[in-house]
Design a protein around this ligand. Structure first.
Ligand SMILES: Nc1ncnc2c1ncn2[C@@H]1O[C@H](COP(=O)(O)OP(=O)(O)OP(=O)(O)O)[C@@H](O)[C@H]1O
Ligand SMILES: [Mg+2]
Length: 287
């Protein structure tokens, strides 16, 4: 429960632990989300195998890892869209795993989520898409809803797109769709923003724009951001902290600078293949 002092074991991550040594408190000013021993199996597939991770308040926390490693599954656990088989997730000191539907709905108001493929409603225009979470939860006057929608369109550089309010998702570019998805996630003024691969499928310029938008959103709205990415350039451009999920566990975690220096082979391979740092020359092979 929130308020009660709960101690939890330190994380099992090999490098740069955020909370090494003795047991730590589940409620902690620095770590807004704390995950310990998270397991999730689908049928015979054991996807999460004891995930331990702390996510820092007000910072941009990036989770990297190969395709199919369980990044999206992990993120869905954070806002209760999936229940783990074992383990705990504390949000501001409150263990969310045992929460029922009503309490979970209350908790979800802390979160905004930008889904992997924007997940806009095709039959709704931009305004209806962005306003949806508000209309679903509250009975606000239409003028107030429109004011919030237009404020976000302005802040996300969408206001100048001619006729944007009435456009449908199919009439938007990929980058515009991502921004509308972000506006929808922001409309209810969340404390925590989850982004599932916000730049996948975008060209380098659009990628940079979305990166800037994530950074700016973090700074302007003061939110805690959790971003799933397999774009290494983006990761080190915007990440304050970086964690790598591999074979169902967090194998590297720390500040971006610490992680960039990690010698874990899985991470080195990821970074080197991305071309972010020069690949060391291969030793010459003589016939
Ligand atoms: N609802 C589900 N039911 C059954 N299996 C699932 C479900 N959701 C995910 N999985 C499986 O869990 C594994 C991890 O999926 P996940 O979507 O988390 O991968 P990911 O790391 O996000 O990959 P990508 O980078 O390709 O998005 C996959 O093998 C997937 O098939
Ligand atoms: Mg995914």
């Amino acid at each position: 429960m929130a308020g009660r002092q709960v101690t939890i074991p330190p994380r099992q991550t090999a490098s740069a632990p955020s909370s090494a040594g003795a047991d730590v408190s589940a409620r902690d000013e620095r770590w807004q989300l704390r995950i310990r021993g998270l397991h999730k199996t689908f049928g015979v597939q054991h996807v999460l195998r004891g995930v331990d991770l702390d996510l820092e308040r007000g910072k941009t926390n990036i989770i990297i890892g190969g395709s199919g490693q369980g990044k999206s599954v992990l993120m869905k656990h954070l806002m209760g869209l999936l229940k783990p088989d074992a383990g705990h997730i504390w949000v501001d000191g409150e263990d969310i795993v045992p929460l029922g539907d009503v309490q979970m709905a209350r908790l979800r108001r802390k979160f905004g989520m930008v889904f992997q493929y924007a997940a806009l409603f095709d039959s709704m225009n931009v305004v209806e898409n962005i306003a949806f979470p508000l209309l679903e939860r509250y009975h606000l006057p239409r003028a107030e809803v429109m004011e919030r929608v237009r404020d976000l369109l302005r802040r996300l550089d969408l206001a100048d797109v001619g006729g944007i309010e009435q456009k449908f998702p199919a009439e938007l570019s990929g980058g515009q769709r991502k921004r509308v998805g972000l506006a929808r996630a922001l409309i209810d003024r969340p404390e925590i923003l989850l982004y599932d691969e916000p730049t996948t499928g975008l060209d380098p310029v659009a990628t940079k724009n979305v990166d800037e938008m994530i950074r700016r959103t973090a700074d302007e709205f003061g939110v805690t951001s959790v971003v799933i990415s397999h774009d290494m350039a983006s990761t080190f451009r915007i990440g304050d902290r970086v964690a790598m999920l591999h074979a169902g566990q967090i194998i590297v975690d720390g500040t971006a600078a610490e992680v960039l220096k990690s010698t874990r082979p899985e991470l080195r391979e990821f970074i080197e293949i991305s071309g972010l740092v020069p690949t060391p020359p291969r030793p010459e092979v003589r016939p």
